[in-house]
Design a protein around this ligand. Sequence first.
Ligand code: ZN
Length: 314
Amino acid sequence: MDHERPAYAEITEVGPRDGFQAEATFIPTARKIEFIERLIQAGMPRIEATSFVSPKAVPQLADAEEVMRALPRGHATRLAALVPNKRGALRAAEAQVDDMVVFVSASESHNSKNVNCAIEDSLKGFEDVVRVAQEAMIPVHGAIATAFGCPFEGDVKVAQVGEIARRFQALGFAGISLGDTTGMATPPLVEAVVRQVRKSAPALTLGLHFHNTRGIGLANVMAGLALGVDRYEGSFGGIGGCPFAPKATGNICTEDLVYLLEECGVRTGIDLRRLCAIACDVEREVAHELPGQVMKAGPRLDLHPMDSVRAAVG
Ligand code: ZN
């Protein structure tokens, strides 16, 4: 390997955006604000707090301005928000977000399904976002959906992901995040795509956004670590499903991710116990079981009195 395992990894919590937008019911604004405040207190370095999409398209996040206005500022946590177009960028700049996140799919069919236009049109549209962001001195990060495979087209060409990354760099973005939208990434694919993106866009910070749809989300994180990648995204409790497989898991779970990283000697600066408590309260709020595991089992050295359990065989 030509990269060392990082000593520190920056985690982005995407639950308040990616997770809550996938819920059938609207999470009350006050509860959203409370969860984000608690994430800040738990030491989360970056949070995707909301999305400045059209409230008609995503009614679950129609309170973006209200949420941003109520959040405390002046702490170490960066508050990012998704921005689909110039109009969203103007709203996000007004709300003084710390990072704007734009997104495009690596496959044409997913991009047209998701945002109803060609990849090239999405990339052109980002020029307006960049102008607004630069004026407001807010960094822009580009997210690539279906970077490891497309539910409609299957394998996505690694060169295609590299080309979009190159365009992101040319647009003056600060960073790139590779999204495994429907959980099609595998460790060899992670290696191939990460190497290509580094070659195509060496100036961009690189983050990985895995889904656990097929149960190997954290194995993919290990592949990223072996390549020296030091930015990962997760959602509390693993909230946020896979739109193409109703019972499947979506985002990897932030507590499980933090647990894994810390046990591997990669610091996150996050208080795992507090994070687990937040995830349990999110589970109560959404009123259905979440796939997170460390939130249920606790860290491995949480010991139990011997007479508290019946012996199990096998
Ligand atoms: Zn996701």
